[in-house]
Write a protein that binds this ligand. Structure first.
Ligand code: GDP
Length: 361
């Protein structure tokens, strides 16, 4: 950003603080900075595509403060009313397979074509390890600098459900800010693929060419979710092996039933590092989107996803309210103790706790 005019209101506050040497003014400015912008300011900022406003709204979505969450809900409602939509692409694969290299290479191509690209992540382990995927500054160094790209690390959270919910709400904010392509990365080591699969239009599994039995070691569930399997690092001495793997994967995928939409998952290969096969990946995604749009499954899939998230959110909230209930949290340790000692049956104890909870409600 070059001139002051282009800077957001929040950034300008920073600048005026630097110029003003009067300590009272500086503390006033600091107070103002501490205040959160209003719902209207944030909504307007997001609609203008202001990244700072977008980041602040996402911080609210990720907050545990009830006031902030309520503000976030209103902003999301405002943004939903605009009905701006993007192509949502999920990318999974084990650590080291090349997800961020692919996102960097693909993302740069997409912005060069005039798209606005948001990159999000779902990493339920980020709270424990402190570092989240996309949190590492050395990743996607060029895309980070691209004014038409927005990169947000995984939210932290105690449960995968919580992390996924925040990412899903973040998608809506990014779409309202004009991002017409949203890439969501997740590590292929657990349940997070299922969560990401239920928030995207297209789900891509990134693989490496290995020796022999190609589909071994990949969980059946992930194969069933994937709309495409892409073999990365098909370069240098790996080219031959990648070609062989492509044939084997294609053959193996034929054993799976076709998707409801009639789409037959494709197998491609690429080199994210050397930028080969990347345009073909995007071509395939667009082919899928056009196909799904034409036959109506794109919209049906999104409607089903909305229903899923409604029920998921109710489940999460009920659980949260239950454990937050003062009477429950007071007696729960004793009840757990009784159950583990075999003094009460787990079912009877659960019924008793639920009865107390219902009475409080
Ligand atoms: P992630 O953990 O799945 O996000 O993987 P990264 O994108 O961080 O890549 C892991 C390593 O593999 C890095 O050293 C990359 O430079 C390298 N890498 C990624 N893509 C390719 C590729 O297409 N070819 C080769 N030869 N190396 C790659």
């Amino acid at each position: 950003m070059g001139s002051n005019q282009n800077k957001s209101a929040y950034q300008q506050i920073d600048l005026s603080a630097a110029k003003n040497t009067d300590s009272k003014s500086i503390s006033k400015v600091r107070d103002k900075r501490k205040q959160f912008p209003s719902i209207d300011e944030l909504t307007q900022g997001i609609l203008k595509g202001d990244k700072t406003a977008l980041s602040r709204a996402i911080t609210m979505v990720e907050s545990t403060n009830r006031d902030h969450l309520q503000m976030a809900n209103t902003i999301i409602e405002n943004c939903l009313a605009l009905k701006k939509e993007s192509i949502r692409l999920g990318i999974t694969g084990v650590p080291g397979v090349g997800k961020s290299t692919l996102i960097e290479t693909l993302g740069k191509k997409l912005t060069a074509l005039g798209n606005k690209v948001a990159v999000l992540a779902v990493d339920p382990t980020s709270t424990k390890s402190k570092g989240s995927i996309l949190g590492d500054k050395t990743r996607m160094q060029e895309l980070v600098k691209d004014s038409n790209a927005f990169i947000r690390p995984s939210p932290s959270g105690d449960t995968l459900g919580g992390v996924a919910r925040k990412t899903r709400e973040t998608i809506i904010l990014c779409e309202a800010a004009g991002y017409n392509i949203v890439l969501i990365e997740t590590v292929g080591v657990g349940q997070s693929e299922t969560a990401v699969h239920s928030m995207v239009d297209f789900f891509l599994l990134l693989k490496l060419a290995g020796a022999g039995d190609e589909l071994q070691g990949i969980k059946r569930g992930i194969i069933e979710m994937a709309d495409a399997l892409v073999i990365n690092k098909a370069d240098k001495e790996n080219i031959k092996q990648a070609k062989k793997a492509k044939i084997e994967f294609t053959r193996a995928l034929q054993l799976y039933p076709p998707k409801e939409s009639g789409w037959i998952p494709k197998v491609l290969s690429c080199s994210a590092l050397e930028d080969s096969g990347i345009i073909e990946i995007w071509g395939m995604v667009m082919e899928f989107i056009n196909h799904a749009r034409t036959i109506g499954t794109l919209q049906t899939n999104r409607s089903n996803q909305n229903k899923h998230w409604l029920l998921q959110h109710i489940d999460d909230q009920i659980k949260y309210d239950f454990y937050q209930n003062a009477n429950i949290s007071r007696i729960l340790p004793t009840v757990i103790n009784e159950v583990t000692m075999g003094k009460t049956s787990p079912f009877r104890a659960a019924e008793k706790l639920l009865e107390i909870y219902r009475k409080d409600g």
